[in-house]
Ligand binder design. Structure first.
Ligand SMILES: [Zn+2]
Ligand SMILES: [Zn+2]
Length: 277
């Protein structure tokens, strides 16, 4: 079983707790240290419980509190070489560099990183696994590449970016140059793109779909949900929007909850003969 909770998700700050078998990871730390600690406490987690902080890329909405948090509590920070060198404050108490194509293990959790098309130095996201249970975090990508799609096959839960609604972005306050950056293949994933991505996934074991990194200017919970639900026709109770200004509840996923598909019964001889006449 893996359980996750967002401290907050959106263009002003992102941070996600991932817990399994006594191991606790913080994925990104986009709030101030004070805010990060306050929100973790609301979820029953103390900074000293963290086995590591993983950083997806160096944008401020993902790294704001990581330096102070690491120095104060001696927390290991895991990131790619590019993220480490481009981060404004990288004086971490201990840094663990990883290659974006090579899985690694922290405590009981296996972390499988993969590169993302995004306008940062060496951005990546992660699939977390414990036993057969897998959970993915997929935000800050301009397009869904075949490699990303491959990584998401068979996950039991995921956070997927729903950054903007097409019409709201077009009619919103952002200048054309910024709109172009957001829409580009190295920008962010919009509601329609997230819907297309989800539509193509295998939903057999997919228990949780968490919509994250919503823009406060160019999207709304209702718009994101409506677009995603139009692409995913069944079991809308699996889908939740992550908020920017408060933490979410805990969400659990487990491979053990997946009901195996019944093997298709072959027609016996008599049925086959009857069908022929
Ligand atoms: Zn970013
Ligand atoms: Zn971001």
């Amino acid at each position: 079983m893996i359980r996750v909770a967002a401290l907050g998700s959106g263009s002003s700050g992102n941070s996600l707790l991932v817990q399994a078998d006594g191991t606790t990871l913080l994925v990104d730390c986009g709030f101030t240290m004070k805010e990060t600690i306050a929100r973790m406490f609301q979820l029953g987690v103390s900074p000293t419980d963290l086995d590591a902080v993983l950083i997806s890329h160096e944008h401020g909405d993902h790294v704001k509190g990581v330096g102070p948090l690491s120095r104060k509590f001696g927390t290991d920070v895991w990131c790619t070489y590019g993220t480490y060198h481009r981060a404004r404050d990288n004086r971490f108490s201990s840094v663990r560099l990883f290659h974006a194509h090579e899985p690694f293990v922290i405590g009981k959790i296996t972390v499988d990183p993969f590169p993302m098309p995004h306008d940062a130095a060496e951005p990546c996201q992660f699939v977390f696994s414990v036993g057969n249970t897998r959970f993915a975090n997929v935000t800050d990508l301009g397009a869904c590449t075949p490699h990303v799609r491959e990584k998401l096959e068979g996950v039991h839960g995921l956070v997927v970016e729903c950054n903007y609604d097409n019409d709201m972005l077009r009619n919103g306050p952002y200048p054309p140059s910024l709109q172009a950056r957001i829409r580009s293949d190295y920008g962010h994933l919009g509601n329609d793109q997230a819907g297309e991505l989800l539509k193509d996934l295998d939903h057999t074991g997919l228990q949780r779909i968490l919509l994250g990194h919503l823009s406060e200017q160019n999207n709304s919970d209702a718009q994101a949900l409506a677009t995603i639900e139009a692409h995913v026709s069944d079991r809308h109770d699996r889908i939740k929007v992550l908020a920017q200004h408060c933490c979410s509840e805990w969400f659990e996923v487990s491979a053990a909850n997946v009901v195996a598909k019944q093997p298709q019964r072959l027609p016996d001889k008599e049925e086959a003969l009857a069908a022929e006449v």
